[in-house]
Design a protein around this ligand. Structure first.
Ligand code: PLP
Length: 362
């Protein structure tokens, strides 16, 4: 099986459609007749500019967003964005308000705390993050600069199934692990960001989509590269952007468009998730889902088995069936099957069948 690709259930760093990888491979040595690789041509050359503009246009079109939003590409991962957001938008008199629903929202909050501008709107930590906070639990700080949520909690396998009402407070969301996986009311959000390395491309770039006026009004005293207005003014080309990552994000956006856009992604992803949750729910308690039913993620399906021994056996036997990356994160334990856009239905069918078979065997 040396030459075969596996069904990749890893949560990242990147899970990409095979078609896209092949296309990248075919263009790698000579990009669009330039005689150079996309890695080698100038980021100011027309051939790159076309890639840059098309990626932005396709993403905006997929999300159904208009001219009141700008897209900027930053580096440093979603983790750096955790700090950039309070730096650019919060102040002691206007703190950021954070809904804590898992490890990443906690990390985002901690960055704001370091700057003295973080408050907690809600937390489900006491319940081991088995669900996301409910609307009626959100206690947004008066005069908050924003409410920050993490829409899909990659580690715990929970996801918001609603958009919080904020009473006029700008709504910010980390969508790293469910970006462009379903239709969503994106226009209710003021600032959306995603480390792209799950549904959208390789690690190395953060896709940010935000209200124009928000990006235009950031503190002038910030270092140039930490200030969002720098990216907006220069169309993310103040310095050399991560061109290869942006190029692949553009290809993935095109791939999504060609397959029917977010409606088609959402339908396919819901079907995939239902197969695995059915395998859990119909297992007479052999598999126990981590997430409360009302907060189940359609991207990361987390579950436990009766014993850790069985969990080890599950991972090993799955691998023999070319089902890779099903081991869960250490903070939850058990299994996690990540089923991003690029995971074909056949892969999920194979995993669901394996789950049933494994249960009967043990
Ligand atoms: N936010 C979410 C929801 C994530 O899943 C991850 C990574 O897995 C991060 C943030 C951190 O992203 P990065 O590695 O780009 O800093």
């Amino acid at each position: 099986k040396m030459n075969e690709r596996i069904y990749n259930f890893n949560p990242g760093p990147a899970v990409l459609p095979e078609d896209v990888l092949k296309e990248v491979q075919s263009e790698l040595l000579n990009f669009h007749g330039t005689g150079m690789s996309i890695l080698e041509i100038s980021h100011r050359a027309p051939a790159y500019d076309e890639v840059h503009q098309q990626a932005k246009a396709d993403i905006k079109e997929l999300m159904g967003l208009g001219d009141d939003y700008d897209i900027i590409f930053t580096a440093g991962g979603a983790s750096q964005t955790f700090a950039l957001i309070p730096l650019n938008f919060a102040a002691e008199s206007r703190p950021g308000s954070y809904a804590l629903s898992g490890s990443f929202s906690q990390k985002a909050y901690e960055e704001a705390v370091k700057l003295g501008v973080g408050t907690v709107a809600a937390s489900t930590k006491e319940e081991n993050y088995v669900r996301v906070p409910r609307q009626d639990e959100l206690n947004i700080a008066p005069g908050a600069a924003y409410l920050h949520i993490c829409l899909n909690n990659t580690i715990y396998g929970t996801e918001y199934h609603y958009t919080p009402q904020t009473n006029g407070v700008p709504l910010f969301a980390d969508m790293s692990s469910d970006m462009l996986s379903r239709p969503w009311d994106f226009s209710s959000y003021d600032f959306i960001y995603a480390g792209v390395q799950k549904n959208l491309g390789p690690a190395g770039v953060v896709l940010n989509i935000a209200k124009k006026e928000l990006l235009a009004n950031t503190p002038a005293e910030l270092p140039t590269m930490l200030r969002y207005s720098t990216f907006q003014k220069n169309d993310s080309l103040y310095n050399t952007p991560p061109v290869f990552a942006i190029y692949i994000v553009g290809k993935v956006a095109r791939w999504i468009k060609e397959r029917g856009g977010l409606a088609a992604m959402g339908e396919a992803n819901a079907k995939k998730a239902a197969l695995l949750y059915d395998a859990i729910d119909s297992s007479d308690g052999f598999y126990r889902g981590h997430a409360d039913k009302g907060s189940r993620s359609r991207m990361n399906v987390t579950f436990r088995l009766p014993t850790e021994e069985l969990e080890k056996a599950f991972v090993a036997e799955a691998k023999e069936h070319s089902l890779g990356g099903v081991k869960g994160h250490r903070s939850v334990g058990g299994m996690r099957a990540s089923i991003y856009n690029a995971m074909p239905l056949a892969g999920v069918e194979a995993l669901a069948a394996f789950m049933n078979e494994f249960r009967k065997k043990h």
